[in-house]
Design a protein around this ligand. Structure first.
Ligand SMILES: [Mg+2]
Length: 155
């Protein structure tokens, strides 16, 4: 069986600039109550698509790669609406946090990676774009080709 490479994209501050909905607490952690209060149709519609990474996504799809979104968001219908409006056609899947799951983002995403790996040939190359250094570190240790995104707020 031919093996396909896998490319994983984070959502917030990679495919989507959602900074207008984010507030950080004094300890540097995301204020989740503020985030949840702003997960409304009106606010999600204001998230700005990041053309640079959407173009990379399209390129990967056209290269016949498996393309997956891995997000620590708990997704609502409005999130899916945004995806439908802004993502290129042809992605393989979207993996997101369950509503009752409170584990740290990097352990959440490592778990998602392990699940995906069950369906992949061992020789598959896996590449990931994410703006969270702790996720990038964890993925690097798991053998993923990582790209730390620092310009996901440009457009
Ligand atoms: Mg992010």
């Amino acid at each position: 069986m031919a093996s396909k490479d896998l490319v994983i994209f984070d959502c917030d501050m990679v495919l989507s600039n959602s900074a207008h909905r984010q507030k950080y607490k004094e300890d540097g952690k995301l204020d989740l109550d503020h985030w949840r209060a702003n997960c409304t149709e009106e606010q999600i519609k204001k998230d700005v698509p990041q053309q640079k990474y959407l173009a990379k996504m399209l390129h990967a799809i056209n290269d016949d790669k498996l393309v997956v979104i891995m997000t620590a968001r708990v997704l609502s219908n409005w999130d899916y609406q945004w995806f439908k409006e802004h993502l290129p056609k042809g992605i393989t899947g979207i993996l997101s946090r369950e509503g009752n799951d409170t584990q740290a983002d990097h352990t959440l995403k490592l778990g998602m990676l392990e699940e995906i790996k069950c369906y992949l040939n061992m020789s598959n190359n896996i590449t990931m774009y994410d703006d969270n250094p702790s996720i990038i570190n964890a993925m690097q240790k798991a053998g993923v080709n990582t790209h730390l995104v620092t310009d996901g707020n440009k457009t």
